[in-house]
Design a protein around this ligand. Structure first.
Ligand code: IMP
Ligand code: MG
Length: 179
């Protein structure tokens, strides 16, 4: 795996530091007496970000899982979001925080937000670890963003290429011949 990595963009230490800051910022928006917070991680890319984030959020919450995929197989071209597994939790009148790994073209978050809004939650906010500002359209914003990065395909810390490299601890770019 290591031999496929070209460059590290964000180290595990930088990730840990920033995720902790984000968690504090997010938790402050949801006072504990205001019950009914459901975090909706978009699987599979958000798993490591989610795991680190919630352990720094000392507030009551539930998790509701949703699987949405835009890439099938060995490609860096998004095929548009496809709902693979829908959320089972009742989110009516609940605060929903969607957690995703990256805001790229914005199609995933737009799709997820519209699906969740149909169920009348009390609020919907979004937290993403990474954002590619050159790509994301102005109508798809995230309330909480970890890092802004250039428009290149990245892996590690949950993000994959062809389902590999999710376990690489840093955010990195692969060598050109590995895509
Ligand atoms: P969007 O729908 O184009 O905003 O893309 C969002 C989804 O595509 C994310 O949830 C990721 O799973 C995936 N994705 C987008 N860019 C990358 C990347 O650079 N590396 C790995 N996955 C990515
Ligand atoms: Mg994803």
């Amino acid at each position: 795996m290591e031999t496929d990595i070209d460059r590290i963009l964000i180290t595990d230490r930088e990730l840990a530091q920033r995720v902790k800051e984000l968690a504090t910022q997010i938790a402050a928006c949801y006072p504990d007496e205001d019950t009914g917070l459901i975090l909706v991680p978009i699987l599979s890319g958000s798993i490591i970000f989610l795991a680190d984030l919630i352990r720094h959020m000392p507030i009551k919450m539930k998790l509701g899982l949703m699987t949405v995929s835009s890439y099938s197989g060995a490609t860096t071209e998004s095929q548009g979001p496809k709902l693979e597994m829908d959320l089972e939790e009742d989110i009516h009148d609940q605060h929903v925080l969607v957690v995703d790994d990256i805001l790229d073209t914005g199609k995933t978050l737009r799709f997820v937000r519209s699906k969740l809004s149909e169920r009348n939650p009390r609020s919907i906010r979004t937290a993403v670890l990474l954002r590619k500002p050159e790509k994301a359209p102005p109508d798809v914003t995230a309330d909480f963003v970890g890092f802004e990065i250039a428009d290149e395909f990245v892996v590690g810390y949950g993000l994959d290429y062809d389902d590999h490299y999710r376990n690489f601890p840093h955010i990195a770019v692969l060598k050109p011949d590995c895509y």
